[in-house]
Design a protein around this ligand. Structure first.
Ligand SMILES: O=C(O)c1ccccc1NCC(=O)[C@H](O)[C@H](O)COP(=O)(O)O
Length: 227
């Protein structure tokens, strides 16, 4: 299966166009008021319209309530809801079933013990995202540009595709792909010039580096051999 590359926290048409032209498979729109990447639902709908099916649209939410999800599903109709809060496996299952939407649950990792929750989340999610566990005093539960020990998730296979995130950037993404061989990579801070300000050249460099590593590792070949 080809490597999935997600660019998260897109706020402008120009950057959406850059991510699509660079070859991103997934684009993330952040709904979290305290984030410098937060977008309104109206802006998200406009940005999403630009994709024309070239990339999957991911609505990033943090402990969303049903009223908000109803609006997101009615107006944005994302391909995937990313759950980046303290949602329990029961709540993840509830959202997936109630809204008939694919979900990607983010799991914070800083130690091997954090992987204990993964089977329960894999059972109720379409995809998982492993991210650095935020520091206790962090203002945001994600998008902090912090990396974790990738060896903890190397080859992780809970029966659902797993994306790697947390502190990735154009310089380290190839190493991360080689070491973990997960289904995809997700970046936000590492392709910015300042919090919330995406840098077009960094996005292009990130996707290019990820694609080179994908070819080197042989993602498609492994899939063909297995299939
Ligand atoms: O981006 C945010 O501001 C954010 C706010 C609240 C929850 C999650 C958030 N971001 C998550 C992501 O952008 C990515 O999925 C991932 O964590 C990558 O973050 P980064 O380390 O900045 O590359």
């Amino acid at each position: 299966m080809p490597l999935l590359v997600k660019i998260c926290g897109i706020k402008t048409m120009a950057i959406m166009e850059t991510a699509l032209n660079a070859g991103a498979d997934m684009v993330g729109l952040v709904f979290f008021a305290k984030s410098p990447r937060n977008v309104s639902l109206a802006t998200a709908c406009t940005l999403s319209g630009r994709t024309c099916g070239r990339a999957a649209v991911v609505a990033l939410t943090v402990d969303p309530d049903d009223d908000f999800l109803q609006l997101v599903m009615r107006d944005l109709k994302p391909d995937l809801i990313q759950l980046h809060g303290r949602e329990t496996p029961e709540r993840v299952a509830d959202i997936r079933q109630r809204f008939k939407v694919r979900v990607m649950k983010a799991v914070g990792v800083s130690a091997r013990s954090d992987l204990a929750d993964i089977p329960a989340y894999a059972a109720v999610s379409d995809m998982l995202l492993v991210d650095a566990k935020p520091p206790k005093d962090a203002a945001h539960p994600g998008g902090n540009g912090l990396a974790f020990d990738w060896d903890l998730v190397a080859g992780l296979d809970p029966g659902r595709p797993v994306m790697l995130s947390g502190g990735l950037d154009p310089d380290n993404v190839a190493d991360a792909i080689r070491r973990t061989r997960l289904a995809g990579v997700d970046v936000s801070s590492g392709v910015e010039s300042a919090p919330g300000i995406k840098d077009a050249d960094k996005i292009k460099a990130f996707v290019a580096a990820a694609r080179r590593a994908e070819a080197e590792v042989g993602y498609g070949a492994a899939f063909a051999a297995a299939g």
